[in-house]
Design a protein around this ligand. Structure first.
Ligand code: LER
Ligand code: MN
Length: 272
């Protein structure tokens, strides 16, 4: 198993500082913010390599693939196509994908936006296929997105897309809200599980909430999961759409990152 941390959880901290925070912890890499203006791929690769890290996956920006307006959809597809080039330049094998985080209802109808989403992802997947890249559709909770809230819905969605390089990104925090049973959701995804985001039920570090992570690790091992596990905790406090909370928030998420990797590695050993 490979382990990483999303760098968005450290806010606008320069990547060099985040990398040096992580270098003393037992991580393999990061999920990098898909900010095409901010990062130079060659510099990112060199900087991370200096700290024994690499880019495992990319977090997309908030573009809106299902949007009813063709101009908005075009901008979103264009962004993802550029994100694929960015991924290739970073030697990153996988790009995450979701609707605009925070848009929780359809502007027209669910059905229409669903079709828009399928068509947009088909275009991105076709280019990704040519480049040997994979797309992981993130399943978000209902307070962040109206489109794909459960593993079962997302499996139907990828069947509608019909591309073998499109799979699922399950996030334990969102699953805790939407899934009747977290382990069954992992089984539902099976070999189409391409990426896993890890935080406890309250989005704190593994062990600080009520999610049975040992059970999840056992289930991941049971399906032969060989993707990465990306820690995506946030400090306590209001507003789920920003990592920036009260005083000391960066130290809090650093502590969460440190605690999470210890437990994840321990649980991995226990389920061998
Ligand atoms: C948002 O809550 C989330 O889980 C991220 O992975 C979105 O990129
Ligand atoms: Mn996530």
């Amino acid at each position: 198993m490979k382990y990483g941390v999303c760098n968005w959880i450290f806010g606008d901290e320069p990547l060099e500082e985040t990398a040096s925070r992580l270098s003393t912890l037992d991580y393999d890499g990061v999920e990098l913010k898909g900010d095409l203006e901010l990062y130079d791929p060659a510099q990112v690769k060199a900087l991370l390599a200096d700290h024994g890290l690499r880019v495992l996956s990319l977090t997309p920006q908030d573009v809106d693939l299902p949007h009813p307006d063709a101009g908005e959809r075009g901008k979103a597809v264009d962004y993802y196509l550029r994100l694929l080039d960015f991924a290739a330049a970073l030697d990153c094998p996988l790009v995450c994908c979701h609707g605009a985080v925070g848009r929780i209802r359809a502007l027209t109808t669910y059905e229409q936006e669903y079709v828009n989403f399928v068509v947009g992802v088909q275009r991105i997947a076709a280019r990704a296929e040519e480049m040997g890249l994979r797309i992981a559709m993130e399943v978000l909770n209902r307070y962040e997105s109206h489109l794909l809230n459960t593993a079962a819905q997302a499996m139907n969605f990828i069947a509608d897309v019909g591309a073998s390089n499109v799979g699922l990104l399950l996030d334990a925090y969102h699953m805790n809200i939407e899934e009747a049973d977290l382990r069954s959701a992992i089984l539902t995804a099976g070999e189409r599980l391409f990426l896993f985001h890890a935080a406890d039920s309250n989005r704190a570090s593994i062990g600080r909430g009520h999610t049975d992570f040992l059970g999840l690790m056992r289930t991941l091992q049971g399906i032969g999961y060989d993707g990465a596990i990306i820690v995506e905790c946030t400090a306590s406090g209001p507003d789920p759409f920003t990592p920036v909370k009260g005083e000391g928030w960066r130290e809090e998420v650093t502590q969460y990152a440190a605690e999470s990797i210890k437990l994840l590695r321990l649980y991995e050993e226990m389920v061998q």
